[in-house]
Design a binder for this molecule. Structure first.
Ligand code: HEM
Length: 394
């Protein structure tokens, strides 16, 4: 927390307020700065920085901000373990500074670093890279099998080094990417970049995805002590304990097909109402999903192929933190939308169990297809004297 306080002192309340104004509806507590001569006393300025240092890397748990850029880099063949360690030291230093509103070393436009707007930078290592460099992978990591629904494109798959940048400010995210890529150029090429957005409802609550569904309701939140064992690598992961295994799936959605469904049909695909996210067996979004409930006809209220039934039947949990993408429209007006689906789990087997159930049968498969896939091992966080991944080299 220390870097955050320092930052707020240096810029002063005015500067912090300016940063928060840029957060928009998703900036928690932005309204707390209000208070005229007769209004309530102003409260402390909401944070504009997320601490970089800690037991876990930032950018995994807690409320996801409205923007993400995921960069997958391929390292040159000449990069050995020593060089890679030096690279991670440099990139960690960049990330630690930029996320706290300070310019990176040799930043040509330091002003662009001044408003981090909840910027986070998170690093992950591809399985192929760990193997090539002779670095240990945790027992919970492994490749994904081919799933019957996959229509994977090389252009959106794989990679050696994952850099996930999230935040509320487009400019801060863009500047961070610019600096991190600049410092990676001499040893890596960009394999793919995926940009995503989320929009939290003005009154708070769960955001919607590009299909209009309330998406993210049933999700563990290790930042509040719920579900950490499902997400964080345990002691058997040695130097990677406190890290996690990340899956990125680019899911292209077919909005033209989706538009052919009426409201009841759309609700049945998920097993929850599009209007308010409540399960078909309940009234409110947080009501439990009752998979046993039956219509008078004897048919299940939540259809056999409903997305949530299939996912729940897998009997395991993952932390989902997906974003929407919209790279359209194309020249003929065709849409190019979908989800940059992201999940974090302690063991890749958790994701595989759910994805296998979904691939077998899921009404959503007619409207969403995986076109990209990648797995990364995210090391734990580090303290101010350390760097991300350090334990692997000690
Ligand atoms: C475009 C692709 C997808 C869309 C649009 C989508 C949408 C949704 C929606 C609307 C819900 C219900 C609300 C919620 O609890 O968040 C949900 C739940 C869920 N989805 Fe997906 N999903 C997609 C892909 C996936 C994938 C690839 C997986 C994992 C392999 C997955 C796993 C889950 C799980 C575990 C739940 C929670 C089930 C529960 O406990 O109730 N989803 N999804």
């Amino acid at each position: 927390m220390e870097p955050q306080r320092k930052r707020l002192n240096r810029r002063g309340l005015l500067g912090a307020a300016g940063g928060v104004a840029a957060l928009g509806a998703a900036g928690a507590g932005a309204a707390a700065l209000a208070g005229g001569p007769d209004g309530p006393a102003p409260e402390a300025a909401p944070a504009t920085t997320v601490p970089f240092h800690g037991a876990h890397q930032a950018g995994i748990t807690g409320d996801a901000p409205s923007r993400t850029v995921l960069l997958s880099l391929d390292l040159g063949e000449e990069v050995d373990a020593d060089r890679f360690a030096a690279v991670m030291r440099l990139l960690t230093d960049d990330a630690a500074r930029l996320t706290q509103g300070e310019a990176a070393l040799a930043d040509a436009d330091p002003e662009l670093a001044a408003e981090p707007a909840l910027l986070t930078v998170t690093f992950g290592f591809g399985l192929g890279l760990l193997e090539r460099l002779g670095l240990p992978a945790p027992p919970g990591a492994g490749p994904l099998p081919a799933f019957s629904v996959d229509r994977l494109e090389e252009a959106w798959s794989g990679g050696d080094l994952l850099v996930q940048v999230c935040g509320e400010g487009d400019l801060a995210v863009s500047h961070a990417i610019r600096m991190l890529v600049k410092d990676s150029r001499s040893f890596a090429t960009v394999r793919w970049a995926q940009r995503g957005f989320r929009q939290r409802p003005a009154g708070g609550g769960t955001p919607r995805n590009v299909l209009g569904q309330v998406d993210g309701t049933s999700n563990p939140d290790p930042s509040t002590g719920d579900g950490g064992e499902a997400v964080w690598l345990g002691e058997d992961a040695g130097p990677l304990a406190g890290g996690t295994v990340m899956v990125v799936r680019r899911m292209r959605t077919d909005l033209d097909e989706w538009d052919k469904l009426d409201a009841v049909g759309k609700d049945r695909v998920i097993g929850r109402r599009v209007s308010d996210g409540a399960p078909l067996t309940g009234e409110r979004e947080d009501d439990p999903v009752d998979l046993e409930a039956r219509e008078d006809s004897g048919l299940p209220v939540i259809p056999a192929g409903a997305h949530v039934r299939r996912a729940i039947d897998a009997g395991t949990t993952i932390l989902r933190r997906s974003y929407n993408y919209d790279d359209g429209p194309g020249p003929a007006g065709e849409s190019d939308t979908g989800l940059v689906f992201v999940s974090y789990q302690a063991d890749i087997g958790q994701f595989i169990a759910i994805q296998e159930r979904l691939a077998e049968s899921d009404l959503l498969n007619d409207y969403a297809v995986p076109i990209g896939s990648a797995v990364f091992v995210l090391p734990p966080g580090c303290d101010e004297d350390g760097w991300i991944g350090q334990g692997l080299f000690d």
